[in-house]
Design a protein around this ligand. Structure first.
Ligand code: ADP
Ligand code: MG
Length: 614
């Protein structure tokens, strides 16, 4: 309850200490914020070796030692004063700032809420000098090598309200380490050591981004990532993006830097996310370490107290650039980029190059060599008539027909001559109703039938939607089903959106819906299940967004519905048609859930399995 208004009160100038404490509320919200500010200061001072000692999650103590340029004794009181900085002197400097800090308030803020001591020595000083935060004017000589030690103890000792908001030591420690990781990823050339309660917990030697990011993001990332480097005018983007297969359940491995500064910027996150959209289901988060560099005059870093957000002068251009750079990297993804395709066996010519686009991506299907047109027709027929094939018992049926297709009497056609046109080779057999086995020049190709088919359908729907050419299939007999009021409401409110998607779902009663039309591409799927899923997506994402920002989630739902199920027995022509479709489909090597759709086992992998030639 606020006290009742009782007339004007006296206006006072706040004391410096209180001003700093108020400022500290903004920048120093928890121990990790202290770590961030101190590390940035050390890097601004040119340090190449940093030791971060933490006690009790940083609440009891944060001591950071650097080997930077140091602070001359006579400047130390100023370093601790508010709005005192060596980094900028004018507005022009601010607009072109290249240091991490420039606001001149970190040390003052920290000193106002903790016991702070600075020990520092410059290159030409005979010894170090030490001052305490509460009395910066009276320093004393101290021992110490060149560089600076900032020792922060008992954080929030004088602001108990703040202290109450802290979590357990382990949690605070976790936040501190996360801050160190962020900074360490930006500066792989700097050595970092972290200790907690006297034990060394992290140690990263000076290295490059490739190694540093592998150390920090882990093996999973290191073994499934693409490197990227692109320039456009004043913009440069470099780093590593994780393959969709390495995506995570949480957005905890996303590191984006602008001019060396870690940022969490909506525009940038969105650009990256959009690039992944086609290859990643909405509930997975890509991993990446990306560094965007540009002329500092083109970006305002002074829009957030802890500088975690930035503002670009031309945000559209930046968005486009980042989006396209990441998209291009992902579009060249292939087994090769995962380092999974070994060198081709002797006598065979090289596998697709690791860096260039895959030779078959985006190429129209070839008609010439061996009845592709016919196979395509077969393929069309396949998902036109049998998608509702009973999934039970097919593979056990043991009929002559299925044996025939598992052990074909003739060899796959023309494989020796046409490998360039058909990089995925030719089908040999189907395994357990799940995988298609094919032979190509490199060796054996294994295709996850369902995942591959899903990918293809996804791209087909996408194209149809983009061209606003979703064909409707009227159902001869509408499928009615019992629906809950939310479903009925969703159908009524979003009739327009549903129509654009190729659906006609009408309310027959407050608890009954009738599906009268579904998209022609999906004409053989279970209309009721499909309608339910689509209504759920429309409700969840909203009618307008489902055709825009969330369109790809929807496409995923649809494709999943229609894709050929496991256990569906395919004939060889059907399998070959699937391979040809995959070759003709962009990004066909990952399904839209981010799983791979096919893998290559090279002949020499197989040789190794049998210890041949050893
Ligand atoms: P800012 O970094 O915004 O300038 P700070 O309060 O963080 O403000 O630091 C004030 C000044 O103290 C810096 O401008 C810098 O000159 C000096 N300083 C702080 N930490 C260090 C350090 N580790 N090594 C050398 N100088 C430092
Ligand atoms: Mg600073």
């Amino acid at each position: 309850m606020s006290t009742p208004f009782s007339g004007p009160r006296v206006i006072r100038q706040l004391p410096d200490q209180l001003i700093s404490q108020i400022a500290a509320g903004e920048v120093i919200e928890r121990p990790s914020a202290v770590v961030k500010e101190l590390l940035e200061n050390a890097l601004d001072a040119g340090a190449t070796q940093l030791t971060i000692r933490l006690e009790a999650g940083g609440v009891k103590r944060i001591a950071i030692t650097d080997n930077g340029c140091g602070i001359p004794p006579e400047q130390m009181p100023l370093a601790l004063a508010r709005h005192a900085t060596s980094k900028i002197a004018s507005l022009h400097d601010l607009e072109n700032v290249t240091t991490l800090g420039f606001r001149g308030e970190a040390l003052a803020s920290i000193a106002s809420v903790a016991q702070l001591t600075v020990t520092s020595r410059t290159a030409d000083a005979a010894h170090a000098w030490q001052v305490a935060g509460h009395d910066p004017q009276s320093g004393s000589p101290a021992s110490g090598a060149q560089g600076t030690l900032i020792d922060v103890q008992d954080l929030y000792f004088n602001t108990p309200a703040r202290r109450k908001f802290l979590k357990s030591d382990q949690t605070e420690y976790g936040h501190c380490v996360e801050v160190v990781r962020r900074i360490a990823l930006a500066r792989p050339d700097v050595r970092f050591t972290v200790t907690h309660n006297g034990k060394t917990t992290e140690h990263w030697q000076e290295s490059g981004l490739e190694q540093r990011s592998a150390q920090i993001l882990g093996d999973e990332f290191a073994s499934a990532r693409l490197s990227l480097e692109e320039f456009a005018g004043p913009l440069r983007l470099q780093g590593f993006v994780g393959l969709p297969t390495a995506a995570r359940m949480r957005a905890d491995s996303q590191y984006f830097y602008v001019n060396g500064r870690f940022v969490r910027d909506k525009l940038l996150t969105h650009a990256v996310r959009a690039a992944y959209q086609d290859v990643l289901h909405g509930d997975r988060f890509p991993s990446y370490v990306l560094q965007l560099d540009l002329d500092p005059a083109l970006v305002d870093v002074n829009v957030h107290p802890s500088k975690i957000e930035v503002r670009f002068r031309d945000s559209r251009a930046v968005h486009q650039f980042v989006f396209h750079a990441v998209s291009r990297a992902l579009a060249r993804t292939s087994a090769t980029a995962q380092g999974e395709v070994p060198a081709p066996a002797a006598g065979l010519s090289a596998a697709p190059s690791a860096s260039g686009p895959l030779p078959w991506v985006n190429q129209p299907m070839r008609q010439a060599s061996f009845g592709v047109a016919q196979e395509r027709a077969t393929y069309g027929a396949m998902f036109a008539d049998t998608l509702r094939a009973d999934t039970s018992g097919v593979s056990q049926s043991g009929s002559a027909g299925s044996l025939q297709s598992l052990f074909p009497s003739q060899p796959a056609p023309a494989q020796a001559t046409d490998d360039d046109a058909f990089p995925l080779g030719f089908a040999l057999a189907q395994l357990h109703g799940i995988y298609v086995l094919a032979q190509n020049r490199t060796g054996l190709v294994l295709v996850d039938m369902h995942a591959a088919h899903e990918r293809i359908l996804y791209e087909q729907f996408k194209q149809a939607l983009e061209e606003d050419a979703v064909q409707l299939q009227q159902l001869l007999i509408p499928v009615t089903f019992h629906a809950d009021p939310v479903e009925v409401g969703t159908a009524e409110e979003n009739a327009g959106t549903l129509a654009a998607l190729g659906f006609d779902i009408a309310a027959m009663s407050p608890t009954t819906l009738a599906v009268r039309a579904i998209p022609a591409l999906l004409k053989n799927s279970d209309a009721q299940a499909l309608a339910r899923d689509i209504l759920r997506d429309v409700r969840e994402f909203g009618g307008s967004r489902i055709l825009g920002a969330r369109r790809n989630e929807l496409l995923g739902t649809l494709a999943c519905h229609t894709a050929v199920r496991a256990n569906r027995q395919l004939t060889l022509p059907e399998m070959n048609a699937l391979l040809r479709q995959m070759e003709a489909t962009e990004r066909s090597d990952q399904c839209n859930h981010g799983r791979p759709t096919w893998v290559q086992l090279a002949l020499n992998d197989l040789d190794k399995l049998f210890l041949r030639g050893q």
